[in-house]
Design a protein around this ligand. Structure first.
Ligand SMILES: Cc1ncc(COP(=O)(O)O)c(C=O)c1O
Length: 321
């Protein structure tokens, strides 16, 4: 793979055994592992650092001077894009599909510290947010800037190369890996991993309700990411767990709450209500339903997201999660 990359993340991230969580899920002690992509660094860490290494390299190669992207109010992608822009001396404009909070919490606090230009666009659905990002880039172009527009979640074929590389890293760390479990927001992380492994059967994505078409997004994303990387087309079909999203994106669920509690109490892993808690709930459901077996060599991809936990203090306080 020879796409350009600017180092922004602490790589390789650790791969840690999770024997106490494995025991709680009646799995063999060496069957369950945690890939610590919450430890990528870059203003708090998370999966987006890997994508940004490729996206920023592309932006710089194109001579762009402002990164433009968007997300929900508690977007980790937005926070990390602002961080990458600061490190590289680029401007950054972000579109948040929300109104400005009266009192900033969680990622919004970090956004204000990192200080990108923020456009509070009000509630937008996924497609409207993509349109708003492109419209912001057009406005900047009209002002004489050279914008680099990134889709929600950095889910372009360029960004997905970050997870093609992560699949290679995982194979080196755990050669007999059977399955990686990850949250699906935009689907770019899942798609890149599938492209890197060359097989849809090796990745189980847990939809968190961010977009209406996660299965199609993963399928098309993986196809394009593999072609871009010069790899064989992945076999099989996307493995997507759709029962954990709950009523809506960013609305916490009881299953997610139990998963957050179990991960914290067995392995001191801090998950969040929006992404990783729901992803862990998906892993637990797949194990209980027999889709993950006792001995299945399973890696849970911890994609970060801890700042969002601080935006749900009542949820934590009233549920004991
Ligand atoms: C903490 C966290 N986990 C998972 C995801 C989902 O990743 P993707 O958008 O690549 O599906 C995101 C996306 O923003 C995230 O912030």
């Amino acid at each position: 793979m020879d796409a350009a990359r600017i180092p922004l993340a602490h790589l390789p991230t650790p791969l840690e055994p999770a024997p106490r969580l494995a025991a709680a899920l009646e799995m063999d002690p060496d069957a369950l592992w945690i890939k610590r992509d919450d430890c990528t660094g870059l203003a708090g860490g998370g999966n987006k650092a890997r994508k940004l290494e490729y996206l920023c390299a592309d932006a710089v190669a194109q001579g762009c001077d402002v990164l433009v992207t968007g997300g929900g109010r508690q977007s980790n992608h937005v926070r990390m894009t602002a961080a990458a822009a600061n490190k590289l001396g680029l401007d950054c404009t972000i579109v948040l599909s929300s109104t400005a909070p009266s009192s900033p919490v969680g990622n919004v606090v970090l956004d204000l510290v990192l200080a990108p230009r923020i456009e509070w666009a009000g509630r937008l659905d996924y497609a409207a947010l993509e349109d708003a990002i492109n419209a912001a880039a057009e406005r900047l172009r009209a002002e004489g800037k050279r914008p680099y527009a990134m889709p929600v979640g950095g889910a372009s074929v360029v960004g997905e190369q970050g997870y093609v590389l992560a699949a290679e890293e995982l194979r080196e760390q755990l050669p007999d890996i059977d399955l990686v479990v990850t949250a699906i927001g935009s689907g770019g992380t899942h798609a890149g991993l599938v492209a890197g492994f060359g097989d849809h059967a090796r990745v189980l994505g847990v939809d968190v309700g961010a977009r209406p078409d996660p299965i199609e997004a993963v399928f098309h994303g993986a196809t394009a990411a593999a072609a871009f990387a010069g790899l064989a087309q992945p076999g099989g079909v996307p493995q997507v767990e759709r029962d954990q999203a709950g009523p809506a994106y960013a609305v916490p669920t009881a299953e997610g709450r139990r998963a957050v509690a179990l991960a914290a109490r067995t392995e001191a892993l801090l998950l969040d209500p929006v992404y990783t808690g729901k992803a862990m709930a998906g892993l637990i459901a797949a194990r209980r339903g027999g889709r993950i077996e006792r001995h299945t060599r399973t890696v849970f991809l911890h994609t970060g997201g801890l700042p969002a936990l601080f935006a749900y203090p009542d949820w934590v306080a009233t549920t004991g999660a």
